[in-house]
Design a protein around this ligand. Structure first.
Ligand code: NBG
Length: 830
């Protein structure tokens, strides 16, 4: 086991209160080389981070020792994404140093906020999937489960979003430009990763597809490990996220061309190698882009699998014990090549017979699917895989060969079945179906909410669920209450602790259920409202600063914060905003409750329709906010660059949570859980985890509307005609006509036309079919809002019902049903 503390100069770090001051002062002198009088905010930040990190590193050293001694089953989480959020506030809380910080900083003339502002968020992910990975890592450590998360140390994370003329503009996210002080680079922990080349037979091994072979790569890069420490809350366990960074082999810099003035040529090899971990999800609209992305995935998989095998072999000799000591969780399809890589290692390197290797491999992996959208299930062109990873392509054919035999035995003569289930899609282009490979090569397959898991087994992966029903299960997602209630919303956390007589809820979220009884207590409701109001004042101040939009903290705070995608139906929300504006313009302002609508989120850079909707929202926002008749009742704010940090600001202030995806499309959602936990009421469809939220908080405290998944299917099957809704519903017609006239886009009709043509023509996500139900349900929201006592009681019951959505429960479910992992307590230090 690599000792991550080795990378840092050894500083004795204690845990008594005075020790933080002592350590910070020492770090200022010995790490930053400044006297306290000359220390800048950045010096202070570095010195504090180092002092806190040292404490975590010491816990990590003890954790690693305890794990080595126990030789337990370890959970290895393979994920292309981690959205960890800021580290400083969390690590102060988890090390119990937060309270000591203010006096230390005061002595340096600094404030805690100055330090927090310097703490860059590593944006190594896109959205829900990456944040889920971070929440699960937090819960794993909190529950003392031995676990290691593997990922890629991207130089540039998810782009920074800005608006120009209302349109999304993407800037590179150079998150570690000024260094990343939480990170432990351990370059000595490295793996060599091959690409391209050819395969050849091994003497005496036979020559079938499943025989042992040798791969001679044509290109090799090095993966170097870099670590982020993941502490558990209220425990000594510190696990790791191990991120791989691509480097050229030492000596790759070419002095010859450099001497001749050809500087770019001299560094070409280095640049090519390092490009592998350069950016999160390189644009794959070109052949080169597609190859680079597949290279990334294999780079992650190859470094991680070799590392896992080496860790296993330090304490074990019997390969049959691998599935008892190792469980590899595949977070969506990105890391699924890991199945082939383990087969390659076992067969080619360690000489196991194919069937023996397959039995071990299949019992070692588990796969979580996070989508139902067909485009979310990755496939790769066979010729690309063949070229980049020739040995893996042979292994895929080998796996497919035996798998299709099994299918043929089960369904004799059913050629269609073979075609449907094969790992290879034949038409229109030969491609490898990564989800099929994942299911065939895993012991367990799960979806991320009850409905999603059911739909996976009944539709997307139906053929596999028929073959192996026991393999399929559900683990509903969860969120960490430490970050999303305690840290994001300290006022509510304090109130909850006060009402429940302590903060035991932080690790036992079911205790929130006791709040339900207090919803009837007028004094509690007053305090609850007071907290929400102060959070809304904070948000209002931030919105003025970031968007220039002045909002009324007393207005209903209606938030839709998530990635932009047509299935999530931000457009339906726009239609509602325009409907409200039309009502106000028609003189019915008095009937509308004052409302602030907050949108936030990014669209994939190549997703034209989603970007068009972003532009439209900004145009509508500008129109509404500029018109004094409208802005008395309505404000629309769209702060740019949504990320974990911004979510932590908006969520505590939300009154209403928009979860309005077309039923059957959102796998789970986790923002829905964060908002409900913070006392927002949901207006939502029967989709993803919304269904379970409604069950837990009570249908009376949830605004449900619209088609359910079978209903949506029936509408589509029945020859859906969106324009009929337009014709029949005067309010909808007026909303669409006003948009078409350019009334809400400063007279611009060309930008809005394609968006409207799409909904009136095909309306793939049935926005018009759900419009009336949605607007009526919003009217019900307004009626409830007019009664603050009723609303507050509903809000309290939402928080009370969210115990189930703790990531701790999610991890316990995984441990029980899939991972078979048990806690290994870590002793306290000295
Ligand atoms: C997302 C789903 C969400 C879900 C998260 C986490 C992907 C591919 N999927 O509904 O869209 O909450 O995963 O499971 O990012």
């Amino acid at each position: 086991m690599v000792d991550v503390t080795a990378a840092a100069p050894p500083l004795p770090a204690g845990s008594a209160p005075a020790d933080l001051a002592r350590d910070v002062l020492r770090n200022l002198a010995s790490v930053q080389g400044v006297t306290p009088e000359r220390a800048t905010a950045r010096d202070g930040y570095q010195a504090v981070v180092r002092a806190v990190r040292d404490r975590l590193a010491q816990r990590y050293a003890r954790t690693a020792a305890a794990h080595d001694a126990a030789n337990p089953r370890v959970v290895y989480y393979l994920s292309a994404e981690y959205l960890l959020g800021r580290q400083l506030p969390q690590n102060l809380l988890y090390t119990g140093t937060g309270d000591q910080l203010a006096p230390v900083l005061a002595g340096l003339g600094l404030s805690p906020e100055q330090l927090t502002d310097l703490d860059a968020e590593p944006g190594l992910g896109n959205g829900g999937l990456g944040r889920l990975a971070a929440c699960l890592m937090d819960a794993l450590a909190t529950l003392d489960i031995p676990a290691l998360g593997y990922g890629i140390r991207y130089d540039f994370g998810i782009f920074r979003q800005d608006f120009a003329g209302g349109a999304q503009v993407e800037h590179p996210d150079d998150w570690a430009y000024d260094g990343s002080p939480w990170e432990f680079a351990t370059p000595e922990l490295a793996q060599e990763v091959g690409f391209h080349g050819w395969t050849e037979p091994v003497a005496g091994a036979g020559d079938g597809a499943t025989a042992r072979r040798r791969w001679v790569p044509g290109e090799t890069v090095r993966g170097q490990a870099s670590h982020l420490l993941v502490p558990g809350y209220g425990t000594q366990t510190v696990n790791l996220v191990r991120l791989w960074r691509a480097r050229a082999a030492p000596g790759s810099f070419d002095l010859g061309p450099f001497g001749a003035g050809r500087y770019a040529d001299a560094a070409a090899g280095i640049v090519a190698a390092e490009n592998i971990s350069r950016v999160l999800y390189p644009d794959d609209s070109t052949e080169a882009g597609r190859e680079l992305r597949l290279k990334q995935y294999y780079f992650l998989v190859s470094c991680s699998l070799r590392d896992i095998v080496a860790r296993f072999r330090r304490c074990n000799t019997d390969w049959d014990a691998l599935p008892d000591k190792v469980v590899i969780q595949l977070n969506d399809t990105h890391p699924v090549l890991a199945i082939c890589e383990l087969m390659r290692l076992l067969v080619d390197r360690y000489g196991l017979d194919w069937h023996h290797a397959w039995t071990i491999t299949r019992r070692t992996f588990a796969y979580t699917c996070h989508t139902l959208l067909p485009e979310g299930l990755e496939t790769w062109p066979v010729d690309l895989v063949q070229r980049l990873l020739p040995r893996h392509m042979e292994i895929i054919y080998g796996i497919n060969h035996y798998f299709l035999q099994e299918v043929a035995d089960r369904y004799p003569g059913d050629v269609d079945k073979l075609r449907q289930l094969s790992l290879i899609q034949e038409e229109p282009q030969r491609r490898v179906r990564m989800a099929h490979l994942a299911v065939v090569g895993s012991d367990a397959v799960n979806g991320v909410a009850r409905l999603h898991s059911d739909l996976l087994a009944r539709t997307t992966l139906r053929g596999f669920a028929d073959l192996w029903p026991a393999r399929f299960g559900n683990v509903t997602n969860g969120i960490t209450p430490r970050r999303f209630l305690r840290l994001a919303n300290p006022r509510l956390a304090e109130l909850v602790s006060d009402l429940l007589g302590g903060d035991g809820w932080l690790t036992d979220l079911d205790r929130l259920a006791q709040l339900a009884d207090l919803a009837g207590d007028e004094a509690v409701r007053r305090r609850w409202r007071e907290v929400k109001h102060r959070n809304k004042v904070d948000l209002a101040e931030s919105l003025v600063r970031t968007t220039g939009v002045a909002v009324d903290p007393d207005a209903l705070c209606d938030v839709m914060i998530k990635r932009f995608h047509e299935y999530k139906r931000q457009l339906l929300k726009v239609l509602h905003v325009v409907t409200l504006a039309n009502r106000i313009r028609a003189g019915h302002g008095g009937a509308v409750v004052p409302r602030t609508v907050v949108f936030a989120g990014k669209a994939a850079p190549g997703y034209w329709a989603a970007k068009q909707i972003i532009w439209l929202i900004n145009a509508v926002a500008a129109t509404v906010n500029r018109d004094p008749d409208l802005s008395r009742y309505l404000a629309v704010a769209f702060p740019p660059d949504y990320n974990v940090t911004r979510a932590e600001l908006i969520i505590p202030a939300a009154d209403l949570s928009e979860q309005i995806s077309l039923a059957g499309k959102e796998a789970s959602g986790t923002g829905n859980m964060k908002l409900a936990l913070n006392g927002a009421l949901t207006i939502g469809t029967l989709d993803g985890a919304n269904i379970e939220i409604a069950q837990r908080v009570g249908a009376d405290n949830f605004f449900q509307f619209g088609l359910d998944a079978p209903g949506a299917q029936a509408v589509r099957d029945g020859g859906y005609a969106p324009w009929l809704h337009y014709e029949r519903d005067p309010e909808l017609r007026e909303a669409i006509d006003a948009l078409r006239r350019g009334d809400f886009t400063g007279g611009d009709r060309t930008g809005v036309a394609p968006v409207l043509d799409a909904v009136l023509g095909r309306d793939e996500y049935l926005a018009l079919a759900d419009y009336r139900a949605y607007v009526d349900c919003q009217d019900a929201v307004e009626r409830a809002w007019r009664d603050p006592e009723r609303w507050t009681a509903m809000s309290i019951r939402n928080t009370a019902g969210c115990g189930y959505f703790s990531a701790d429960r999610t991890v316990r479910d995984y441990c029980r049903d899939i991972w078979r992992a048990t806690p290994v307590p870590v002793p306290t230090g000295g």
